[in-house]
Design a protein around this ligand. Sequence first.
Ligand SMILES: [Zn+2]
Length: 315
Amino acid sequence: MRVEACGVGLTVLNYMNGNHSRRPEDLPRIPGHEAVGTVVEVGAAVTTLSAGQRVMSYFYLFCDDCDLCRLAHEPLCRRLRGQVGVAADGGYAEYLALPARNFLPVPEGVSVVDATAIPDAIATPFHVSRRAAIAPGDTVLVVGAAGGVGIHMVQMAREFGGAVIAIDRGTHKLKAVSEFGALAALDADTPDLSDCVRAVAPGGVAVAIDLVGTAQTLGACLEALGPRGRLVLLTTFPGGVTEVAPRRMVQAEISIIGSRYASRWEVAQAARLVAARRITPVVSEVVPLPNVEHLHDRLRAGTLLGRGATCPDRS
Ligand SMILES: [Zn+2]
């Protein structure tokens, strides 16, 4: 059951390292995990899609048959084959063939370029917000707030009712997160950063979302949490380990929550929020396919809004 989609929108938001799996047998590979296009042909058994339909990719290659897939926990699929653009060819191409279940409709009124931000950069913050149970009145710390996921995490946390303290580096990036409604935007290089966070949230934050994933940022997030605080982790590095103090975890009833991508239902909800103008997709640059390599060089150098200087594993 396969469908071909014409890749009319270049995936400017591709984030993952093309060798994400670090398995030589997966190379060479066409990267690009947030693909948007128009269906040109469907397999004989496909009933959910038809030619001419605008679709976006769901980038986990899930089985759709195990107990967790049936519970709509597709990222936790017991027979996960990996990700589009990593374990299967992705969207940096004119045509893309994937199982029909890996495509979701793009809502009316959402442009092709805006839609490229939905499958990961907007859907992931939706899942994070649900994992953290962000509710009105919560103060939410977002570390790495001007990145591709971060800039939408700021918006999504607000959509769930949170007041956001955003942390990133540089005047340009801090201005951007402020424009998306952050209560406070703090520079990560501020010497007394934890004091600045405390000044905004004297009782500690309800939720801390670490999009950077270093030992330093994890420590800062744990320190910032107030009673019943929830730390959400979604950026990891191979072999990364951090220490926690069990006594503080118990005494303040701190929760540490892992968050992995989003379900298909959550991707569809993220699309609805974009269509309803509740979330604004932030696409910093659109380039033709031959210029993608240069764009990636700039992403690695950290000179584009929306992306940092490294390619961590954020699965
Ligand atoms: Zn499954």
